[in-house]
Design a protein around this ligand. Structure first.
Ligand SMILES: [Zn+2]
Length: 199
């Protein structure tokens, strides 16, 4: 038996946005504000729409995005896409973290349309995330769905939960690296990638 939700349990996007909006209204009250004053009147719905948009990764299938643009390719040299911008939410504080992802892969008979790599990053970034898992998920997705010989992913990000609260380290950034296949076996290959992306 496939465990599927009953049809009447499936909620439309509008239903979800309206429910999130009512929670935002409660939060605004709890913060000591008046949600009915002019500037805040439409804020719960606007905030709900913004949050729903920024977490659309939950409603995307990264493997499906990739399968739309996989092509035969005889080359076996490293392909590098550098500085893919992303925006995500730290799952511990629901505050944004954002930065850039660079991806290198070594084809094994197949290549991927370059714009799809950016969409795969978005599919995993637009959720409640941690940077380490974002990096690992992008790496594994490309490695498995493309069937590449090797994949390496670096991510450099700034976390508003570090900047706005707690330690308030304004200039710190965090870098994470993950790799699979040929990049795990060959440090020279990794260094070649790091040299190209100037990490
Ligand atoms: Zn955080």
């Amino acid at each position: 038996m496939i465990n599927q939700p009953a049809m009447d349990k499936i909620q439309s996007s509008d239903d979800v946005i309206n429910q999130i909006a009512s929670h935002f209204e409660s939060i605004i009250k709890l913060l000591g504000e008046d949600p009915s004053r002019e500037g805040l009147e439409k804020t719960p719905v606007r905030a709900a729409k913004a949050l729903f948009y920024a977490t659309q990764g939950y409603r995307q299938d990264a493997s499906e995005i990739m399968r739309q643009a996989i092509f035969e390719h005889a080359g076996s040299r490293m392909v590098i896409v550098k500085d893919i911008e992303f925006y995500s939410f730290c799952e511990h504080h629901i505050l944004p973290f954002f930065g850039r992802v660079s991806i290198g892969y070594i084809p094994d008979g197949k290549m991927i349309g370059l714009s799809k790599l950016a969409r795969v990053v978005d599919a995993f970034a637009r959720r409640l995330q941690v940077q380490e898992r974002l990096t690992a998920e992008v790496c594994r997705e490309i490695y498995e769905t493309l069937g590449a010989r090797g994949v390496i992913v670096t991510c450099n990000a700034q976390h508003l939960c570090m900047k706005m609260r707690g330690v308030e380290k304004q200039d710190s950034s965090t870098t994470t690296v993950d790799y699979l296949g040929a990049f795990a076996e060959d440090a020279d290959l990794r260094n070649q990638f790091f040299e190209s992306v100037k990490l």
